[in-house]
Design a protein around this ligand. Structure first.
Ligand SMILES: Nc1ncnc2c1ncn2[C@@H]1O[C@H](COP(=O)(O)OP(=O)(O)OP(=O)(O)O)[C@@H](O)[C@H]1O
Ligand SMILES: [Mg+2]
Length: 427
């Protein structure tokens, strides 16, 4: 179990902030203090702090490179930029421009592309790689395919072996770095961007870049896959500061709502001793559902908390940093998705399936059909029972959610206990 790598980055003051006071005092490369408008002082420590004079290359080296190298070795990875609107998330991810060649401005994405293709070049003839790229954005709670705008409501599904999947998303095979950048550039051109008082090029959606790196050891006929997700979140915003109205206001409300769902997931994952045994609200938003593997285990994850160093934005910065400090406590186990792993999981699923079917058969003799169906669905949702050939529809999932929300937690606990007792009696 590894912790999530959490870093903070302060961008330089912008033209609106220049000349005004700054709110941070550096301690070292991992710690600093920050004061808010009420002169309250807070101390924060992260895996690394990138101050205003930091270089894009420094961020890449520390935060992204280990994750990209893991992806080449079939370990899933996720890099997330989080923070207030205008704090530098997209600048960090894309650079001043995705096709930017200047090393000072070049962002994480083109560096990821360089590293992936460099790694492949040195791998020799015994290993063959296939890289595919997908790009989606979550705009107004719909997942849109940025390579095919006709796919504007992509469903998020979960597969026991492969984890979270985007059903029918376009996957573009990428042969070299130049082609990757061209595709990234066309996807970015399709992103929802708007102008607010806080950021002339404000992202109005959460953007997710997915590199699927398939590795085949040719003489062993062994295929394994590493998935690398880069997530450029839309920024949290105070409506009075951004001056949002009309469509921009609706976007802001949806953005804030999904970011607060993300905060709730982080709280649930970190505030209970054995998080896995309790309900984590991944299904409360498309964003949290998509990040389920990154946050719930199964991915090598890094979070960059982007902030303004200006005192005028310090309350938002403190809230971003608190989010990061909390995320630091999530323990994530890594997942390597080789064909053998998936086959092994399939075998375990088959055994679980048989056990669950036996239990359901016995229950059918004692209980009414509707109750038994409900219990069956509960088995599926808890991962106790997964039939990979049967696709449990969104309808089953939403019925399940209605069931969950229509019962109080205590009566639900009581029902589960009774169920466990009944199963023990029957076995
Ligand atoms: N480290 C940096 N160095 C120089 N300029 C920066 C840096 N970070 C951000 N900027 C500039 O600040 C402005 C806002 O940055 P950016 O668009 O990345 O913010 P954001 O966090 O993505 O905001 P939003 O949530 O609204 O999308 C841009 O003009 C960007 O070029
Ligand atoms: Mg942005």
């Amino acid at each position: 179990m590894a912790n999530i790598c959490v870093c903070a980055r302060f961008r330089p003051l912008n033209s609106r902030e220049e000349g005004g006071p700054i709110c941070i005092t550096r301690s070292d490369s991992q710690s600093f203090s920050i004061k808010d408008e009420k002169d309250e002082q807070y101390l924060f420590s992260f895996d690394k702090v990138f101050y205003e004079d930091s270089e894009q290359a420094d961020v890449y080296e520390f935060l992204a490179r280990p994750i990209v190298r893991d992806a080449v070795n079939s370990i899933n990875g996720t890099i997330i930029t989080y923070g207030q609107t205008g704090a530098g998330k997209t600048f960090t991810m894309e650079g001043a421009n995705i096709l930017e060649a200047d090393n000072h401005k070049k962002g994480l994405l083109p560096r990821v592309v360089d590293e992936l293709f460099d790694a492949i070049k040195v791998c020799g003839e015994a290993t063959a790689y296939n890289i595919k790229l997908s790009m989606v954005e979550i705009y107004m709670e719909r997942v849109r395919d940025l390579f095919d705008l006709s796919k504007d409501n992509i469903q998020i599904k979960e597969h026991k072996g492969h984890g979270i999947l985007l059903s029918g998303v376009t996957e573009v095979p990428i042969l070299d770095g130049e082609e990757a950048l061209k595709n990234l550039s066309s996807g970015i051109a399709n992103r929802a961007v708007g102008e607010t008082q806080m950021n002339a090029g404000s992202s109005r959606s959460h953007c997710i870049y997915i590199f699927t790196v398939q590795k085949e050891v040719t003489n062993e006929k062994r295929v394994s896959t590493g998935k690398l997700l880069l997530v450029d979140l839309a920024g949290s915003e105070k409506i009075e500061k951004t001056g949002a109205e009309g469509k921009v206001l609706e976007e802001a409300k949806t953005i804030n709502k999904s970011l607060s769902a993300l905060g709730n997931v982080i709280s649930a994952l970190t505030s209970i001793p054995n998080a896995k045994s309790l309900h984590i609200p991944f299904r409360d938003s498309k964003l949290t559902r998509l990040l389920q593997d990154a946050l719930g285990g199964g991915s090598h994850t890094a979070l960059l908390c982007c902030c303004s160093p200006s005192l005028s934005n310090s309350s938002e910065s403190v809230s971003t940093l608190r989010f990061g400090a909390r995320a630091k406590h999530i323990k994530a186990s890594l997942r390597m998705s080789s064909k053998e792993d998936i086959d092994k999981k399939q075998d375990i699923s088959d055994v679980k399936l048989k056990i669950a079917e036996r239990i359901l058969k016995k229950l059918r003799e004692k209980l009414d059909a509707e109750t038994v169906n409900m219990i069956g669905e509960e088995f599926v949702m808890d991962g106790l029972f997964c039939d990979p050939t049967a696709s449990f529809t969104e309808e089953v999932i939403s019925n399940h959610e209605t069931i969950i929300t229509s019962q109080t937690i205590s009566s639900w606990k009581e029902a589960s206990q009774n169920l466990v007792n009944t199963i023990i009696e029957l076995l």
